[in-house]
Design a protein around this ligand. Structure first.
Ligand code: PGA
Length: 255
């Protein structure tokens, strides 16, 4: 069964008190979610334990981290392991966000190792991919994203793939207000699904959740989510406001 998901990526926003308030506000406005229509809130690490405690009573609402380290433990000052994330009650982790790839030099190899660490600790991975503007302008975005998916995920077996959600986030659309058109999103999502089909077969392709991310907001969520291969969104800016986030959740529930 393919799930739709709306995931909020808070990035480095909200102090602890503000974050707790935002989770409470989201809980207040969140309509009834379903097993196949879920929400994941991804605050900074320091909010995770409190946020997880707050959402535990709400069905189909989960928390996730925005990153984790690939090693299990040790002398990695400032880092957080997948096991630590799991111990907060979080169930998901975002791996390979374009900001991590760019500002923290996370290579495909590191991202594959982080994905392994997350899966072996029982976390679901929201694996991000997406091309920069110059690649889109050159028209080679399909190959670019294909390389990211192959390098990050194709070492996994079919069972492991069940715990992967893919998020397609064209870098030129992140935080810019410039959303990919629903046609651009659908084309890339269909391409990603065909890659999964070729490597893992029909059922895996049919079941995998592929999110769109990049300036998704209440006013465009419905059009994006109604594309056949768009199974929800990874939401940055609009996840920082409970009313906007709720509008996007409502668009998912209306599908
Ligand atoms: P945005 O960010 O919604 O603010 O464009 C999306 C993301 O980076 O996940």
């Amino acid at each position: 069964m393919r799930k739709m998901i709306v995931a909020g990526n808070w990035k480095m926003n909200k102090n602890l008190q503000e974050g707790i308030q935002l989770v409470k506000d989201i809980l207040e406005v969140s309509a009834d979610l379903k097993a196949d229509k879920q929400v994941v809130i991804c605050p900074p690490f320091i909010h995770l334990a409190s946020a997880s405690e707050l959402v535990v009573a709400k069905d189909n609402l989960y928390t996730g981290a925005q990153n984790c380290h690939m090693e299990a433990s040790g002398a990695y000052t400032g880092e957080t392991s997948a096991e630590m994330v799991k111990s907060t009650g979080a169930t998901h982790v975002i791996i390979g966000h374009s900001e991590r790839r760019e500002y923290f030099n996370e290579s495909n190899e590191m991202l594959a190792a982080k994905t392994n660490a997350a899966l072996s600790n029982g976390l679901n991975v929201i694996f991000c991919c997406g091309e920069p503007l110059e690649i889109r302008d050159a028209g080679t975005q399909n190959n670019y994203v294909e390389e990211q998916i192959k390098a990050g995920l194709f070492h996994l077996n079919l069972e492991q793939l069940n715990n992967i959600v893919i998020a397609y986030e064209p870098i030129w659309a992140i935080g810019t207000g410039r959303t990919a058109s629903s046609e651009q999103a659908q084309d890339m999502h269909a391409h990603i699904r065909s890659l999964i089909k070729n490597h893992y077969g029909d059922d895996a392709a049919e079941n995998i959740t592929i999110l769109y991310g990049g300036s998704c907001k209440p006013s465009n969520a419905d059009e994006l989510f109604s594309c056949p291969d768009v199974d929800g969104g990874l939401i940055g800016g609009a996840s920082l406001n409970a009313a906007d986030f709720h509008g996007i959740i409502a668009a998912m529930l209306a599908q």
